[in-house]
Design a protein. Structure first.
Length: 201
């Protein structure tokens, strides 16, 4: 029951999940992204730096598919003072343990949205003396971008900026990360996007 206020009832929104990207399509795209990593970093002793927590899904899937014998894996933790991973003033709360200086670094995350967390990671790695820095993300809400990150980004899927998504490592309050598909969490009154995703070149 909603709250009675000046004769009106404010109903609590009811949410539902709608599949945005099926698991099979996600898996095929991860195959493509893994091949790109292999071609891009052949004989470069790449250091994959995964952004916690959501990036773990993407990073583990890439590592599982990889045949590069010299690929290395690390993690980085980024959040704001409110403990969230979004906002204009993110901070590093967990440093990578591998040496950054002179390395070819690939940042891996589940999603890039406004760009602030990505920019924070990039500045950290530049200060650490990385030889080169690129980013790979499963999802990109590029219409929401507030800051340009200034490095090449390899993208799995471009999705609408208004979509709140779960699955493949993405969460709502630490829940919903499970599953190999991407799900759109929407109110019953919200329309389903006509174009749920775009696969870039």
């Amino acid at each position: 029951m909603g709250i009675l206020q000046e004769g009106l009832i404010n109903e609590t929104p009811v949410y539902r999940e709608v599949e945005l990207i099926p698991e099979g399509i996600v898996s095929e795209r991860l195959d493509h992204l893994s091949k790109w990593v292999e071609q891009e970093y052949q004989d470069k002793n790449v250091l994959v730096v995964v952004v916690l927590k959501g990036g773990i899904f993407v990073g583990s899937e890439l590592m599982r598919r990889s045949t590069l014998s010299d690929i290395e894996f690390d993690i980085i933790g980024i959040s704001n003072s409110n403990g969230q991973s979004t906002g204009k003033d993110p901070k590093i709360w967990l440093d990578p343990t591998n040496t950054i200086k002179g390395r070819h670094v690939l940042i891996v995350d589940d999603i890039i949205d406004k760009g602030w967390s990505a920019k924070c990671a990039i500045e950290y790695l530049k200060k650490g003396g990385a030889e080169s820095i690129q980013m790979l993300t499963l999802l990109d809400k590029r219409e929401n971008r507030e800051v340009e990150v200034g490095i090449p980004i390899k993208v799995g899927f471009i999705i609408p900026g208004r979509c709140w998504v779960e699955g493949c490592g993405l969460d709502t309050g630490e829940k919903g990360r499970q599953g190999g598909n991407v799900r759109y969490r929407q109110s019953n009154s919200a329309p389903i996007p006509e174009t749920p995703y775009i696969i870039p070149d």
